[in-house]
Design a protein around this ligand. Structure first.
Ligand SMILES: *[C@@H]1O[C@H](CO)[C@@H](O)[C@H](O)[C@H]1NC(C)=O
Ligand SMILES: *[C@@H]1O[C@H](CO)[C@@H](O)[C@H](O)[C@H]1NC(C)=O
Length: 317
């Protein structure tokens, strides 16, 4: 399993937040997305983390196509992740949904394809289909059945590996029980305020590679922000950054890498992108790692409140 690329690029464009909290929406013009992905490939990123719900796969696809045409990279050098959104959990919809994402990205296979959340919604063009009272419309499809449909994607050559995102231990166990092809990857929110040790230990035992999203504490996201300090401004992180003469972001990326996790981050500035790739140019010692670990307080930013009350909601509130 070649899921061993450590620095990943996370393209975040939560269209859903346009109507949920317009003032906080992190909006990026489409040609900007294309430029960012081209910059990322130029500076050396090889994993591009995509998802149907980000609503920008066509723009990402333009960048991939252009860079391959220009000979900057070959398809086999890229590691492209996709994610099946909640409204497409019906096994009947999975293949067409995946194929559509591939078409948008102008590629013929995913290196890695994930069930984005365990929580199925009814099939809809809306990412968050709502009833008349503004409540999200849940479906009763079991993610275990969705998993079987993902296995068929591997059989058909559309995906090299498949995995899960935002699943808890119990849910991963249920998938394991039925899986003919085991999950290769779990993508979860992970940073010093939410160190996820239990999930990570479990994944190690199951041979699942963990990918940490929001490793910087999601400084641009419209999520709730727990904690007195923004993670990037926490005195311990700032102190370590000063002592190593590195940006605070690099301390947080290296923290994940030294724990053996893959890590994805998002950057809108080419110089930050390039600098983040320097995360492996120094080392935190054991004492420093422990001090960072001690920041944990289960501080989760991404609560998926739209699926609150869903029988498959992965988190306890
Ligand atoms: C780790 O680095 C710190 C400086 O941040 C130093 O004070 C400490 O002695 C080092 N610990 C070990 C075990 O090397
Ligand atoms: C993670 O957080 C828990 C609970 O706060 C703590 O006991 C543990 O040492 C932390 N770090 C790791 C690597 O488990």
């Amino acid at each position: 399993m070649s899921l061993r690329l450590f620095i990943f690029l996370f393209l975040l464009f939560f269209k859903a937040f346009l109507f949920l909290s317009p003032s906080l929406c992190f909006q990026m013009p489409t040609n900007e997305v294309t430029r960012l992905v081209k910059d990322a490939i130029d500076v050396g990123y090889r994993h591009i983390d995509c998802a149907d719900v980000y609503g920008n796969q066509k723009d990402v696809g333009l960048a991939i196509e252009e860079k391959i045409k220009a000979g900057a990279v070959e398809r086999k050098d890229l590691f492209i992740t996709g994610k099946l959104w909640n409204t497409k959990h019906d096994p009947q919809l999975v293949c067409a949904t995946c194929q559509n994402a591939l078409n948008e990205l102008k590629i013929t296979y995913f290196d890695n394809y994930l069930i984005h959340w365990p929580t199925g919604f009814v099939d809809s063009e809306e990412k968050y289909p709502l009833d008349a009272n503004g409540q999200t419309l849940f479906s009763n499809i079991d993610y275990v059945d969705t998993w079987r449909a993902l296995e068929a994607l591997v059989d058909a050559g559309l995906c090299r590996s498949i995995g899960l995102s935002n699943f808890n231990v119990e849910q991963i166990k249920r998938v394991f029980e039925v899986a003919r092809i085991k999950p290769a990857n779990l993508q979860i929110e992970c940073h010093p305020y939410l160190n996820q040790s239990e999930l990570i230990d479990f994944c190690r035992k199951c041979n699942i590679v963990v990918t940490a999203y929001s490793p910087l504490g999601s400084p641009h996201s419209p999520y709730n922000k727990p904690g007195t300090y923004k993670l990037l401004e926490h005195p311990l992180i700032v102190d370590l950054a000063l002592s190593y003469k590195r940006a605070p972001a690099l301390i947080l990326l290296l923290y994940q890498i030294q724990r053996g996790n893959a890590v994805i981050t998002m950057s809108t500035k080419r110089e930050h992108m390039a600098d983040n790739l320097n995360a492996c140019s120094f080392e935190l010692n054991e004492t420093e790692m422990k001090r960072i670990d001690e920041l944990n307080f289960n501080g989760r930013y991404n609560l998926m409140e739209n699926a609150k009350g869903h029988p498959h909601h992965p988190f306890e509130y």
